[in-house]
Write a protein that binds this ligand. Structure first.
Ligand code: CUA
Length: 151
């Protein structure tokens, strides 16, 4: 009867939805929040997280960045032949937004929490990338930017 058609339609929509999620997760590289959230006291974040760039394995980097009004620290980083970059970010004061222009790396950065986002770097990604803050964070918000150099 007609119900069977609708059951089929709903099942097909569920399959399409799951396929879209899988596509987003694996092909486009979008990430849904989840898993363990690391907490950090904002006033201790600089000492505990030690901002900077670490190469964990060839082409694999961990980049720790601390945000505050109105700068990223560090704000200018260089990565040599990166394949995968895991950013770990926190803020000292208010909410900031870490966005690498022209990529899907875009994550909110809260004081008290360590946000993580992984960038699978395209092979043709050499050059300078602008990092902006895309959460309004006060008077200097529009001047809060950084640069990532891929060489
Ligand atoms: Cu930081 Cu807007």
């Amino acid at each position: 009867g007609e119900e069977r058609i609708w059951v089929g339609v709903v099942a097909a929509m569920a399959v399409i939805f799951l396929a879209a999620l899988a596509y987003a997760a694996w092909v486009v590289g979008l990430q849904v929040p989840g898993g363990d959230v690391q907490l950090v006291e904002p006033q201790k974040a600089l000492q505990e997280l030690k901002p900077g760039v670490r190469e964990i394995a060839p082409g694999r980097y961990e980049v720790i960045i601390v945000a505050r009004m109105w700068q990223w620290f560090p704000s200018n980083i260089t990565l040599v032949n990166p394949v995968e970059v895991k950013f770990r970010l926190t803020a000292l004061d208010v909410i900031h937004g870490f966005h690498i222009v022209g990529t899907n790396v875009n994550v909110m950065v809260f004081p008290g929490y360590v946000a993580e986002i992984t960038w699978r770097v395209p092979q043709d990604a050499k050059g300078k990338y602008l990092v902006v803050c895309n959460e309004y964070c006060g008077l200097g918000h529009q001047n809060m930017y950084g640069v990532i150099n891929i060489i």
